[in-house]
Design a protein around this ligand. Structure first.
Ligand code: HAM
Length: 436
């Protein structure tokens, strides 16, 4: 029988690597808390219409990459519903914002999320079909200051701080403004006119997009189309005064905070909901998939989903890519994680009749907050020592004598030192100076 494997583009994450994942997540949670973001958890699947109406029908994500199915009706009164595994989390957060009337508090809502997303992309280094994002959104009624360029700058400054605290160096912040909805409509007209002549020489997707949603032509990755894309007008030329002023205030605040950035007028991002500020943080070490994270403003998204006016800005970082970057920069991480993951003690019962007593001892130590691996009385002593050396810093021998006398023998692997310790003092001894 053929063995079953994880599906292409999906993968298992195993210890010790998962420690690095947890460390990154813990750092993100700590930094988010400092900036007053609280956690939101939205469902992993949503109504397909949510993504069509937010991310956009003509985007690669919605037109090619979503995992969508017809969820059969279970009762006659129910209709079949088209559902989709979330390809991103902004749409779900804004849906939840509307559904729970979060805007009614009048406060700016600062929400973060950590979780898997799904896109049917061609798997390659740094690109998976199930991948993880750490993201955050700041959204609220205009009276909460949600439209202020200060929010954009605060989010970008937070990202610079978070990357620093994660130990990720040499990133580049690329920044652009795609203007208001009106600016974008104007730019789309300019592009449509410019494309009328050249689109027939482009790929079929671009030919379609040139008519339906010209902005998306700029996402095209087909090498043959790139020289034509280079000649197209740039979005900066279509920005109105308001958008220019907003963007100038963002860059001014970034300059004041000392956050470096590079202006990139081609950065329109592959999702339709963006307005005004858009950004990506890239890293040279990542190869072709070099975006560590991406984000921007989405001032009209809530209304497009039937909600109240609620400007917002946010981002999502590729957790898989953060892990790759840290592993490449710091080859020692897996070994160090392995060392850190050694237990405080390994209990070796000398005989199967001592297994239950060993379980009791392990319970005592674990309740004293120690990490303990439990051996088995059927092992020979040599095998116990080998297993213990791999799993723990110390071995605790539990024979009949030890059980009766209450004096246990502990051997520390680092020093080879052997010590007799009364059972009542064992937890304190194993915790040792400097250990919790
Ligand atoms: P996005 O640019 O589509 O934006 O994705 C954000 C990040 O997720 C990317 O920069 C990348 O690091 C990671 N990512 C995307 N696709 C994959 C993949 N197939 N495999 C591995 N990593 C991937 C969004 O998703 C927006 N929702 C961001 C946002 C939040 N904008 C405003 N708020």
């Amino acid at each position: 029988m053929a063995t079953l494997k994880a599906v292409r583009g999906a993968r298992d994450l195993l210890p010790p690597e998962t420690e690095l994942w947890n460390r990154i997540e813990a750092t993100a949670r700590r930094v988010f808390a400092r900036y007053n973001f609280g956690e939101i958890r939205t469902p992993i699947f949503e109504d397909t219409a949510l993504f069509a109406r937010s991310v956009g029908e003509d985007t690669d994500i919605v037109s090619k990459e979503m995992y969508t199915w017809e969820d059969r009706a279970r009762a006659q009164s129910e209709k079949a519903q088209s559902l989709t595994l979330r390809p991103e989390n902004t749409a779900g957060v804004v849906r939840a914002y509307i559904e729970h009337k979060l805007g009614e508090s009048g406060q700016l809502q600062k929400l973060y999320y950590i979780g898997p997303q799904f896109r049917r992309e061609r798997p390659q280094k740094g690109r998976y079909r199930q991948f993880w994002q750490i993201g955050a959104e700041a959204i609220g009624p205009p009276s909460s200051g949600s439209e202020s360029p200060l929010r954009d700058a605060e989010v970008l400054e937070m990202l610079a701080t978070l990357l620093d605290e994660l130990g990720i160096k040499d990133w580049t912040l690329e920044l652009n403004s795609v203007g208001s909805a009106a600016d974008r409509a104007r730019y789309n007209d300019v592009l449509r006119a410019a494309l009328a002549e050249v689109a027939p020489k482009m790929c079929v997707d671009c030919q379609r997009r040139a008519v339906t949603n010209p902005l998306r032509v700029l996402d095209c990755k087909v090498p043959g189309d790139q020289p034509i894309i280079e000649t197209l007008p740039r979005i900066g030329e279509s920005l109105g005064e308001d958008s220019k002023e907003h963007f100038a205030a963002v860059t001014e605040a970034l300059d004041a905070a000392g956050v470096e950035y590079k202006l990139n007028s081609r950065l329109v991002r592959g999702l339709d909901y963006y307005t005004r500020t858009t950004f990506e943080f890239t890293h040279g070490g990542l190869g072709a998939q070099n975006a560590l994270l991406g984000g921007g403003r989405y001032d009209g998204l809530s209304e497009a989903l039937g909600g109240p006016r609620a400007p917002g800005i946010g981002f999502a970082m590729g957790l898989d890519r953060l892990v790759m970057t840290l592993q490449a920069a710091e080859q020692v991480v897996p070994q160090r994680a392995a060392m850190d993951s050694k237990c405080d003690a390994y209990i070796a019962p000398l005989g199967e009749n001592l297994n239950a007593a060993a379980l009791v001892l392990a319970r005592e130590l674990r309740r004293a907050r120690l990490s303990v691996e439990l051996g088995d009385g059927s092992f020979r002593l040599k095998k116990s020592f080998e297993a213990a050396d791999k799993a723990a810093r110390c071995i605790v021998i539990l024979g009949e004598d030890e059980l009766q006398s209450g004096i246990l023998t502990v051997k520390e692997f680092a020093t080879g030192k052997q010590t007799k310790v009364p059972r009542a003092e064992l937890a304190g001894f194993l915790a040792g100076p400097g250990r919790e």
